[in-house]
Ligand binder design. Structure first.
Ligand SMILES: Nc1ncnc2c1ncn2[C@@H]1O[C@H](COP(=O)(O)OP(=O)(O)OP(=O)(O)O)[C@@H](O)[C@H]1O
Length: 302
């Protein structure tokens, strides 16, 4: 069953189209990621699905209810953690949690088992005002508040932006546990390395979906071969590679430059020799498996 159905959804602000004919479906109990850079339209899509923003055209359903005509039903069934911390800064941790439980007509005790693993980390600070918590703790409290009424669907908008690597890892482990509780999870992130932690992903850029599939299939569909190349002077290397006619694309990627070659250059030795004849300094090249980020760049430039 599809818990979320999005069909040709569009939104513009002033005259700028920020969500452009977007369609996708999320299955019940799935962990689905919307992956794209800042300004891609992720928040606008989440705000339409959580009934906080009206679409200009298209249709969306959450838990079988239309986001426009039946928004009240949806609000009972979902949890939403916005990208910007939006809990009451002057209320303490436990006051925030009790407040959210009360507005959903439940109690913290009734659903404690769902948030227990996360809340135990917050408990030592339960009397502290939420505005005075660290970034990671604020994020955990926001997640507890979004979960306190045991939603069927959880929307998490960039939950790991600005969060350190260890907390990011912890956060994804928590999402896996919540998924095992049967909650459907939609998460957005600009971090491409988080894509592989989702069951399926939608890659989004400039309001348009570039591809939707499992991360593994998206990687498998990468056309052609990809190489990583490095030398002592990476800036010089980048500039030299950009001038070579055999090269189709080159971009910096961590410690390497990732390179693809035009169609007729497929043989590794031939490629290496061609590069040796053009580059007057030592370099190292190897064939590599593409990442989701490589796929994203490829789709973006197609
Ligand atoms: N209320 C608004 N009025 C005008 N433009 C807006 C408004 N909200 C968002 N935008 C613009 O719409 C585009 C998409 O923004 P959106 O927040 O949906 O993207 P995003 O992928 O979530 O990125 P970010 O992480 O930067 O929020 C951006 O160019 C943004 O500046």
């Amino acid at each position: 069953m599809n818990t979320v159905i999005v069909e040709n959804l569009s939104k513009k602000y002033d005259e700028k189209i920020v969500v452009n004919n977007v369609s996708f479906k999320v299955n019940e109990g799935e962990l689905f990621g919307l992956i794209g850079p800042d300004g891609a339209g992720k928040t606008s899509i989440f705000r339409m699905l959580t009934t906080l923003l009206l679409p200009d055209s298209g249709m969306a359903e959450v838990c079988g209810h239309n986001v426009v005509s039946n928004y009240k039903e949806i609000r009972k069934r979902i949890g939403y953690m916005p990208g910007k911390f939006s809990l009451y800064q002057d209320l303490s941790v436990e006051e925030n949690l009790n407040f959210f439980a009360t507005i959903f007509n439940t109690t913290v005790e009734a659903n404690y088992s769902l948030i227990k693993d996360i809340y135990v980390q917050l408990e030592p600070f339960k009397k502290r005002k939420s505005g005075k918590l660290s970034g990671g703790m604020k994020q955990k409290l926001a997640l507890c508040c979004a979960l306190i009424h045991r939603p069927e669907v959880l929307f998490l908008d960039e939950p790991t932006t600005g969060v350190d690597t260890v907390s990011r890892k912890e956060f994804w482990a928590m999402l896996k546990k919540l998924k095992n509780e049967g909650i459907t999870i939609l998460v957005s992130t600009p971090y491409m390395d988080e894509a592989t932690l989702c069951e399926r992903i939608g890659l989004i850029q400039d309001g348009k979906i570039l591809s939707i599939d499992t991360p593994q299939t998206i990687i498998k569909k990468y056309p052609g071969s990809l190489y990583a190349i490095k030398s002592d002077n990476m800036i010089q290397l980048l500039s030299d590679l950009r001038k070579l006619s055999i090269i189709e694309s080159v971009h910096s990627f961590g410690e390497d430059h990732h390179v693809t070659f035009k169609n007729h250059h497929t043989d590794f030795l031939e490629i290496e020799n061609k590069l040796k004849s053009h580059l007057s300094y030592p370099f190292k090249i190897q064939s590599i498996k593409p990442t989701v980020e490589d796929c994203f760049i490829k789709l973006m430039t197609n």
